[in-house]
Ligand binder design. Structure first.
Ligand SMILES: [Zn+2]
Length: 281
């Protein structure tokens, strides 16, 4: 009799875990109210995905840390709006999540042309738009066999300060240029590290961005390091997470030694610090 009671108690205690607990699909978001410039990390546990879409575009999930993960980039100038994420799980069931995009207050500064530079506002704007086309082309070409599987980390051991945050509104004469990256003030010659593993898509010198390295991490994620004093990696080279790729410099359109870091997901620039935070886990 005692054995039977223990047996029944055991069934009552554990059966819900076996039946419902361990295998129930779980869809979680890093945030459901991202600011402009954030990344929403979507994690799906205990299920595969048949199809997912957000803002009428398909969302791709990939295996990461034992689960399926998708990254939804929110542009810095994304309209403030509510959207629904639809995920059809591998068993055919539908899961939805509401994502509210919140307005971010971006700082505004006046920025001239550095002393001794041959650039004018007009040439700066025209160079920037030409360079944007070239960069869009690079980040549009994904290297299919490259997939990051490591956590992301900071590109510098120490940065003195962030001198220009993501999204800053820069007024140069009558022209407004948005700063879709982060400037870290650091000593000239400080080592710069790859924020995760990947392949160098492009290593080059540009009049505005100076010595630049673009790394393709796979899954549509690219990191861009600009104004370097020296580049240690060339086109097509593989890099590991945390590997030294160059040194902080003052090359191109720059007011002093600093590292500019940009982060693009499917061609959309997001706040690199917010992205690294979301991908540290
Ligand atoms: Zn910058």
């Amino acid at each position: 009799m005692k054995k039977l009671v223990i047996f029944i108690v055991c069934i009552i205690c554990f059966s819900p875990i076996f039946v419902f607990g361990a295998s129930k699909p779980r869809l979680t978001l890093s945030t459901n109210s991202p600011f402009q410039g954030d990344v929403v990390r979507v994690t799906l546990e205990n299920s595969g995905v048949a199809y997912a879409f957000f803002k009428n575009a398909s969302v791709s999930f990939f295996p990461y840390n034992g689960n399926f993960v998708a990254l939804i980039p929110i542009a810095g100038n994304e309209p403030i709006k509510k959207h629904i994420l639809y995920v059809i799980l591998s068993d055919g069931s539908l899961a939805t999540r509401t994502i509210w995009i919140r307005a971010k207050k971006f700082p505004s500064v006046s920025l001239g042309i550095p002393k001794g530079s041959t650039l004018t506002t007009d040439t700066l704007v025209s160079n920037l738009s030409k360079e944007k086309v070239a960069i869009d082309e690079v980040v549009g070409k994904k290297t299919e066999f490259v997939y990051f599987n490591e956590r992301f980390q900071s590109p510098l051991l120490t940065a003195d300060e962030i001198t220009s945050p993501y999204g800053e509104i820069r007024k140069t004469g009558k022209t407004i240029i948005r700063h879709w990256g982060i400037d870290y003030k650091a000593k000239k010659g400080s080592e710069v590290y790859a924020i995760s593993g990947g392949i160098v898509s492009k290593s080059y010198f540009d009049e505005v961005y100076g010595n630049t390295i673009i790394i393709d991490h796979g899954r549509g994620v690219f990191s861009l390091y600009m104004h370097l004093d020296e580049r240690l990696k060339g086109d097509g080279e593989l890099v590991r997470a945390g590997e030294k790729i160059g040194f902080v410099g003052n090359t191109g359109y720059s007011f002093g030694p600093h590292l500019h870091l940009s982060l693009k997901i499917h061609g959309i620039s997001v706040d690199p610090e917010r992205f690294i935070d979301v991908m540290k886990k």
